[in-house]
Ligand binder design. Sequence first.
Ligand code: GAL
Length: 361
Amino acid sequence: MRQLIIRAMATGTVATLALGACSSGSSDGSAKGRTPYIGVILPDTTSSARWETQDHPALEAAFKAKGVKYDIQNAQGDKAQFQAIADHMLKEGVNVLMIVDLDAASGIAVLTKAKQEGVATIDYDRLTLGGHADYYVSFDNVDVGELQGQGLVQCLQGQTKPIVAEVNGSPTDNNATLFAQGYDSVLGQLYNNGTFVKGPNQSTDNWDNATAGKNFTKMLAQTPNIGGVLVANDGMAQAVIAVLKQHHLNGKVPVTGQDATVPGLQSVLDGDQCMTVFKDSVKEAQAGADLAVNLAKGQTASAANAMVADTVTGKLVQSVELTPEAIVKSNVQDVIAAGAVTKAEVCTAQFAAACAANGIK
Ligand code: GAL
């Protein structure tokens, strides 16, 4: 069941609903005073380049523009470090804590401690199932998966009964579950009616890119005629493309991704990657910063445009859900125009011709 239960009658923009007091008692930040001091814990630097190349700078810019005190740290994929950073931030007196969890257990521990100390909590990008965060800011992640599935279908046009492999995200990341819900809602029908043949399918602990490459090497050895690969993000897609290159199959076997990272966009431009999904980190960071500052000031009206079900608690979480965009060769320019990456980063000498051919200015 889709986790999105109710979407406010928003026209795709963030609607402001007077949802009354925050979900639980003193956890709206008001117990800790009105001067905003926002703590943000990012998960790692390895699952995706996005956290430090896109999200960190976007959040920093958003907080600076608001003139508020903030502290943005990265747990480097280490759960103990994640907890230590949270403890330090709480001791320093943050009145809102925004996290991207590494897994549910470590996320719950931090969210629980924050609540006990009267600090408002936001799940940023990933919902911590069972965590009781006050708010969730992300994209419609089932939609992300649907775009990936539709993108692969597009790139497999003309192929007869292609065998489709799936390289999924981390089993400890609720987003990976939602992405898979999305792309399997597209691919499942095609497996069932015989248009596609379901090939090997594997999750990837911690989104580890090298693990994705090793797993795909085994997949290809066992199923040499794989026709397409649904890969859940750009970092892992790079690893899969490297394996395909060893077999001179890159560009012939379409591969999907997500995050519109520089390597991912370059692979889309040179035809090694079929598509990626752009989740505008500037918009996500702005929505997160707006919500965090409102909460720190103890403002009860929240800019939520959806309610997302936490399938562990069964509760609805007040959420801000943004809209993802499928990126193929012809609209890579959209990511550059949004300011998430620069033309100089993408259109290096090796990609200059592809950039020019696809209207990147
Ligand atoms: C997900 C995130 C994606 C993906 C992955 C790797 O939770 O929503 O953007 O890149 O993590 O970090």
